[in-house]
Design a protein around this ligand. Structure first.
Ligand code: PRP
Length: 218
């Protein structure tokens, strides 16, 4: 495991919307590496001088790498942490990548209240979050797990509802879907493996402090 080397810090970064901003934040506090780009086919990028490994993971898999200690630390959306409930420390709310988890439906299927959607099908990349939300509302629904382009499902009749992230609202709008409930808001979080946080405390803590000062400045 790369992170067992106490000399190095292994940082997990998720492919996708948070990548560029996460790389920018880390660079601002002196953590960078040549060739660190989202479309790199190389998945481990090392800066020998600074003793850092960056690993690039699929978004949903990132907490797993950190939980098992394959990465010491990582940057990931709260939405993913709520879906992939892993045993990691959530150390800093980095306050970027703001988006909302919502329930949305085609305009013609809009009902007055959530319970009116009972027994309908809900397409989502977030089955745990969706299940928990409808359970909390006392509404039984059928979850259809998809891996992306969720907004397509109601358009072609695969499901009546979706649970998905909204950032600008453009995807909902272009597919004639309307929001009927908000489940939570999400921003990027800095997380750490529990053992790494103890074993590499000074380095991780310094990084936490540096990242915090960056947030205050914004
Ligand atoms: C996300 C999300 C929505 C879209 C929302 O998908 O699942 O589809 O972005 O953004 P908007 O409100 O700014 O339109 P992403 O682009 O990550 O890809 P995916 O559909 O493959 O999950």
């Amino acid at each position: 495991m790369v992170s067992s080397d106490l000399e190095y810090l292994t940082i997990a970064l998720p492919k996708g919307k948070l990548f560029t901003k996460a790389v920018g934040y880390l660079a601002d506090v002196g953590y960078s590496a040549e060739g660190l780009s989202e479309d790199s086919r190389k998945l481990v990028i090392t800066n020998e001088h600074s003793k850092i490994h960056f690993i690039i993971t699929k978004t949903m898999d990132l907490p797993t790498y950190v939980e098992y200690g394959a990465a010491d630390i990582g940057i990931i959306g709260k939405d993913v942490l709520l879906e992939e409930t892993k045993d990691v420390y959530e150390l800093v709310d980095l306050n970027f990548g703001l988006c909302r988890m919502v329930v949305a439906v085609p305009e013609n299927l809009k009902r007055n209240k959530i319970s009116d959607y009972a027994h309908m099908r809900v397409a989502t990349k977030y089955p745990q979050v969706a299940e928990e939300f409808f359970r909390s509302q006392g509404v039984q629904i059928e979850i259809i797990k998809l891996n992306g382009s969720i907004e397509l499902a109601p358009v072609v009749g695969l499901a009546e509802l979706i649970v998905d992230l909204v950032e600008t609202g453009r995807t909902l709008k272009e597919n004639k879907l309307i929001e009927v409930a908000q489940i939570h808001q999400s921003t990027a979080r800095f997380i750490a493996n529990r053992v790494s946080y103890k074993m590499k405390f000074e380095r991780i803590n310094r990084l936490v402090e540096d990242l915090r000062s960056l947030i205050v400045k914004e």
